[in-house]
Every structure is written in C-alpha cells, then in structure tokens.
Ligand binder design. Sequence first.
Ligand code: RTP
Length: 155
Amino acid sequence: AGEKGKASERSFVMIKPDGVSRQLVGKIITRFEERGYKLVAVKSLTPSPALAKEHYIDLASRPFYKGLVDYITSGTPVVAMVWEGKDVIRQGRRIVGATNPQESDPGSVRGQYAVSVGRNLIHASDSFDSASKEIELWFAESELAEYKPTTWDWV
Ligand code: RTP
C-alpha cells in the first residue's frame, strides 16, 4: 500500500487545530469512511515545533511559514490519520477541496466549512512521494493497522 500503481494506496490526512476547535472531527472522518476508505491509523496530538517544521519544510521560504508552524503547534491538538484505498491520495484532495476555501468546491470540506486559507481545517497528501514521507514522519510502522473492512468484501 502507498506505492505508485497499487490498487490500494495510503494518504496522510490531518485535521488542523481549527477543525478540532470547531468540533468538525467527526464530520470530516465520516466523509472518508462513507466514501469507503479504511482508517489505518489515527491519533490526536499537539505537534512539536520540529515535527511541524519538518512537515511543512517545502514552504520554509514562504512568508506564512512561521505563522503556519506557530498555529499548528499552538496547543490545540491536530488529528493525524492514515487513510487507505483506491486512489485515496487524489480523491482525498478532492474531498478536502482547493487550498484557498474561496476556490474550494462547495461540496468539499473546505468549501462547506472554511472561508480563510490560514484556517482551512485540514491537510491531505498531494502525491505518492509526499504521502509516504508524511506517513513515515507522523507514524511508527507499529501504529499502522492491518485489517480488511467488511465493506471491502466486494473488492
Ligand atoms: P495542505 O498541505 O495543508 O493540504 O495545503 P495545500 O497543499 O493545499 O497548500 P500548500 O500550498 O501546501 O500550503 C500549506 C498550507 O499553508 C497554509 N497557507 N497559508 N497565504 C497564506 O496565508 C497561506 N497559504 C497557504 C494553508 O493552511 C495551507 O493549507
């Protein structure tokens, strides 16, 4: 799982502090579950500055980087998850919606619940490479569950 070309792949999805403080965790998880994706791992934590900086390392030169890291580490937890299933990386991005909620499809999480790019509720991996890096950064191998959802009997 998680490898390019596999029927079943994995994505790292994180509900950011605004999603937790607005009590949208259940609604967001429900979208992934009801679509048919499998919850492989989930934990709630306040990321350390080192973890948050590494997660957003590609944005280090951007003007909003410090504010983003400060927000993610502010003390309200995030919910870090790994979801698995067919095309979950691309479909996860569609469920989440465009980065700027002003551009997000109204049916997406951001399009339904967010208006500001700095408080856009959720992160989802944008490629196979970032998914595997992010899963390794946030989770130990022992935290990733192996099971088959009963709804996958027809797969
Ligand atoms: P994410 O990684 O969170 O899924 O977001 P993304 O790929 O859709 O967007 P990216 O460009 O990687 O930006 C990561 C996060 O940085 C925050 N951001 N703030 N102008 C701003 O203030 C600004 N631009 C981006 C957002 O929280 C975005 O999700």
